[in-house]
Design a protein around this ligand. Sequence first.
Ligand SMILES: NC(=O)c1ccc[n+]([C@@H]2O[C@H](COP(=O)([O-])OP(=O)(O)OC[C@H]3O[C@@H](n4cnc5c(N)ncnc54)[C@H](O)[C@@H]3O)[C@@H](O)[C@H]2O)c1
Ligand SMILES: O=P(O)(O)OC[C@H](O)CO
Length: 335
Amino acid sequence: MSFLNHTKIAVIGGGSWATALIKILCEQHHVQIRWWLRNQKDIDHIRKFNHNPSYLSDVVLSPKKVKVFEKTTDAVKGADYIILAVPAAFIQESLQHLSAKHLQGKRIVSAIKGMVPGQNALVTDWAADAFGIEMKDTCVIAGPCHAEEVALEKQSYLTIASTECPAAEDFAALMTCRYVTANALDDLYGVEYAAVMKNIVALACGITHGLGYGDNFQAVLVSNAMQEIGSLVTALDPRERNLSSSAYLGDLLVTAYSQFSRNRLFGNMIGRGYSVKAAQLEMKMIAEGYYATRSIQELNKTYHVNLPITNAVYSILYEEQAPAAVMNELKKLLK
Ligand SMILES: NC(=O)c1ccc[n+]([C@@H]2O[C@H](COP(=O)([O-])OP(=O)(O)OC[C@H]3O[C@@H](n4cnc5c(N)ncnc54)[C@H](O)[C@@H]3O)[C@@H](O)[C@H]2O)c1
Ligand SMILES: O=P(O)(O)OC[C@H](O)CO
């Protein structure tokens, strides 16, 4: 079979979301995937058995469509699109062997819902800066969608956001299949910041659940959180946007309420008395909200937006304040 007319997509990352995205892309006839993972054991296993042993191991990956690479420089060769799907904390390390030349002429798609720690930058801004990528060649994959439900082929929706819709529309077509509907949107920054913030809220939901708060409280917490997200996003990128659409509110709801949420699970452990270290050790997966809490807290030193929920989570995770006492104060601020 000739791959000449195929769309070539490099995927960087070996976790649940990378695996789920590859499953969706494999539904297309004309797509070839070039997959980079850092773990050699996983690479060997995928080559032999066609599934990822560490994440979503029930998903079978077509060997005709998926090629696995040890080096990022090989994975990106000839690719039309490069999907970034590692947690933001590891993006610099993961792309360390790539230069602007390797990425020239390619479209970058960030599937990451986090900020680059230390730099407090959105992944798309960081990539544009590090590799000289133009914003018109950049998209993000957002929306309320858990990898575990993609693996089960449950009907899901994605939003592909870019500063210019044509780029997003092309990629949305690639991400649409029997069980996924992908729509394009021209709000790259709003969608990306809202996705970062919803992880912090999910931590707060998990913490309060772990402390014994119920559904009544969580409904108020999430309503207040949507206002907090709206205030920050508007301060960072003022423009008209419909925050009740699924790219923003939907993304918040799935993370805040789902059994599959990594951030909620992490928060729940903290609420039940685990230390941050112990919760991290127990979870095989990464809770982006842990890093995002610090990045947003630092970024907000410039913007001074009222962020009571983020402040509460920050003081629990980074200032060793007792979760019960912090949430007791937060509850007085909610309406
Ligand atoms: N899982 C989902 O349902 C989902 C949905 C939408 C967006 N996302 C986003 O996708 C991104 C990836 O998340 P995920 O859910 O696939 O992660 P995961 O928790 O399933 O997997 C962890 C990933 O981190 C990598 N990793 C762990 N330690 C590392 C280290 N020291 N150095 C380099 N890499 C390391 C692992 O190899 C693996 O790729 C995150 O930004 C997340 O917010 C996830
Ligand atoms: O819901 P979480 O905490 O697993 O985060 C993963 C994704 O961002 C969900 O959209």
